[in-house]
Design a protein around this ligand. Structure first.
Ligand code: ADP
Ligand code: MG
Length: 447
């Protein structure tokens, strides 16, 4: 293909890059340099073609480049880092009695237990064929037991940062030979206040293996360098700070417009009074048939109250929020995945990263406090190429987000309710100077 063909290819798949010495994207699995074993595992997983983030990020990962990936939820980010990570590991001697005391070869950090669990499932799907062992280290389970499992020997640890740092500080685990690290949903980890723990974990790895700061310096072919992957929907300053400190000459891969809700989602916003929400929700749920819906609500307490009410009214409903135990959450999610329940009432715990297939409808019973959370919530539908619907109940109390929401609807060619369109708060950015309207190709990453 000519340079021009490649440019068209990148445009077709909405792939953009920033950085130097960037390898070409792979157009198919056959074209990837993955091992025959991994290609077989990919085939068994039923992945016929790589998704755009996989096309772009896998060749980078195979060259052990540091990567910042910016892509919407549901775009296949997990396999985009798992496959190069497993390739790296399969070149190292297997973890055995000789080296197990030095800890795992790779660490993946994710903001929540559910997400860590999903990454584990996706990793095991491929790792299993290579005899690579994966251990997850999350809250809500015995730390002694987890420490024991790490010391028994494993190549990959998937963890929430709080629990992992606890494990390291209590000497249940070490990271003396860990040179592959992934921060999934980095912005979310920062939002949740985990920056110190993330930094603590990164600092527990051998820093002598960081690539040189100067990108022109020759890399030593025999040496192992640390590879760092970071995924984030947006790039707030704290995430950039992490990137600057721990990533070397990274390539930034952006798929589509970061932070933009996917075009596959039809967005409806309905202006309501608080007292009308329940009746309207019943109507929407009655139209679901055998499809599934997630109902987002802003507090744990109201989630419980709402779920109880729906249950009484005969809906098949379960709940997911931070006030529940690990076991209860898993039972809820499992019941929802297997469609024993078709309605999940959730707080923002479920707003990010959790992969629940086939959610036909996301209903924001309450509008969240910011547009990023709105984007993540509605991203629970319209995944993996399917279409979805998101309905939001908006009240006059939500005026802080009117401006951003209106812009979002305009960008997505979705109808703006007249009460929102003419409301003063929708005309100016809160606290700001009247802003130019965001353009379609604006990226959230600050250059
Ligand atoms: P993200 O982390 O970007 O939100 P995930 O990695 O969780 O997305 O992937 C979303 C869903 O798509 C998962 O169910 C995953 O198994 C599936 N998936 C990933 N890559 C592919 C592919 N190339 N072809 C088909 N399905 C895929
Ligand atoms: Mg993910």
């Amino acid at each position: 293909m000519t340079e021009r063909d490649w440019r068209i290819f990148r445009e077709d798949f909405n792939i953009s890059y920033k950085g130097s010495k960037i390898p070409r994207p792979m157009r198919s699995w056959v074209e990837s340099k993955l091992s025959p074993e991994l290609l077989k595992a990919v085939e068994r997983a039923g992945y016929k073609t790589p998704s755009p983030i996989q096309m772009a990020a896998i060749p980078l990962g195979l060259q052990q480049r540091d990567v910042i990936g910016i892509a919407e939820t549901g775009s296949g980010k997990t396999a985009a880092f798992v496959l190069p990570m497993l390739t790296y590991i399969s070149r190292l001697p297997p973890i055995s009695e000789e080296n197990e005391a030095e800890g795992p070869y790779a660490v993946v950090m994710a903001p929540t237990r559910e997400l860590a669990q999903q990454i584990e499932d996706e990793t095991v799907k491929f790792a299993h064929y290579l005899g690579i062992k994966v251990v997850s280290i999350v809250g809500g389970q015995s730390i002694e037991e987890q420490g024991f499992r790490i010391r028994q020997g494993c190549e990959v640890v998937i963890a929430t940062p709080g629990r992992l740092i606890d494990c390291l500080e209590r000497r249940y685990a070490v990271l003396n030979q860990c040179n592959y690290v992934v921060l999934d949903e980095a912005d979310r980890m920062i939002d949740m206040g985990f920056e110190p723990q993330v930094v603590g974990v990164l600092d527990a790895m051998p820093s002598s293996n960081l690539k040189p700061e100067n990108e022109d310096e020759e890399l030593d072919e025999k040496k192992i360098y640390r590879t760092t992957y970071m995924f984030s929907a947006t790039m707030p300053p704290a995430v950039e700070r992490l990137a600057r400190k721990y990533l070397r000459n990274p390539v930034v891969v952006t798929i589509g417009t970061a932070g933009k809700a996917t075009d596959l989602i039809t967005q409806h916003v309905i202006m309501v009074k608080e007292s009308e929400k329940m009746h309207k929700l019943h109507k929407l749920l009655d139209e679901l048939g055998d499809k599934t819906a997630i109902v987002f609500i802003n507090t744990k307490k109201s989630a419980d109250t709402l779920a109880k009410g729906l249950d009484k009214a005969g809906y098949r409903v379960t709940t997911l929020h931070g006030g529940k135990s690990q076991e209860q959450r898993e039972i809820s999610l499992e019941g929802f995945r297997t469609k024993r329940y078709n309605v999940l009432v959730a707080t923002d715990v479920a707003g990010r990263g959790i992969d629940i297939p086939d959610v036909a409808h996301v209903i924001n019973y309450d509008m969240p406090g910011n547009i990023e959370m709105y984007t993540h919530r509605i991203g629970r539908t319209g995944r993996a190429g399917k279409t979805g619907v998101a309905t939001t109940f908006l009240t006059l109390h939500d005026s802080d987000v009117f401006y951003d929401l209106k812009q979002m609807l305009i960008q997505n060619n979705s109808p703006v309710p007249p009460e929102l369109a003419r409301h003063e708060a929708s005309k100016f950015k809160p606290g700001g100077i009247p802003d130019r309207p965001p353009r379609r190709n604006d990226t959230v990453f600050a250059h």
